[in-house]
Design a protein around this ligand. Sequence first.
Ligand code: FES
Ligand SMILES: [Fe+2]
Length: 326
Amino acid sequence: MIPDQWYAVLESKEVPAAKPKAFRRLGQDLVFWRDGAGNLSVMPDRCPHRSAQLSLGKVVNGNIECPFHGFQFNTAGQIQLIPANGRNGNKPAAFQCHSYPVREVHGIVWLWNGAPREQYPPLPWFPELDALTNVGSFQAAWDTHYTRAIEGMLDVSHLPFVHRKTIGRRNATLVNGPYTTLENGRMLVWYDNQPDAGLPALKPTEMPPPAHEPMLHFNFPNVWHIRLGAKMRILNLIVPVDDENTVIYSRTYQGFVRMPVLRKLTDAWFNLFNRYVLNEDYGVARSQRPKKSDLHIGELFIPADRPIALYLQHRRRLIEEHQRTV
Ligand code: FES
Ligand SMILES: [Fe+2]
């Protein structure tokens, strides 16, 4: 994982009001729970007393109560009650749970992968989605590292092969560019794939700056979206479970169908198609070894891989910059 980043980790609707829920995210077993006012708290799913899972407990008076001996902790992880010591008995501060910095915006739960600090950078959101409505989502579990899933979403030369029967039907095997920019942790990709007419592909550096909007948008560390039209987007959250597992949340955003029934139908069809296409990707991504991608692992690049190379380079830069500061 990249340190000091906001990772999208869940959808808000997965954490109900009254029941703590266990999720493995960023390589850790975590409990997500809400106090009586709906505020979200995220802690290690392990009681500091005798290591029972807090997610098996319940919420009592706005605190999470451990199922084993009834210790209670508030949303900041501070001990509130040790029943065996008595209501007014000793509550040593050592019984403190770590409470992760967390935000809940756009129906998504964002977890800060780093030490708490005074000021946080903004969430890696795409403001262009604000004018549209999220009309549905689905999840896909992949048994691979999330870097492989992200690479696949930045890979513009696989379409006529992996998706030959769906989105790659044009047989546009020749990849001009792609023109790609990366600024402030945000990557934009304009791709120009064509059927091969015998001319060599234009290198990324030979492409003129495009006049239209980019198709692919990626924000570090793990959110991506594709523009399928002015009012149609797919947002993917590529969520690390641990080094071997990933969950992809695929959310559809649109702004053209207003009638609720029609919108439901369009969305159901679209989700089905999107799920099918993503599964085509999975067939290949699951075969890649090592499961975790990086630079210098013996893999080679072609010019069309520029977005993947930029992703891996920037990822490495962020990790190494952090290592130098600690
Ligand atoms: S293990 Fe949680 S209260 Fe004892
Ligand atoms: Fe794909």
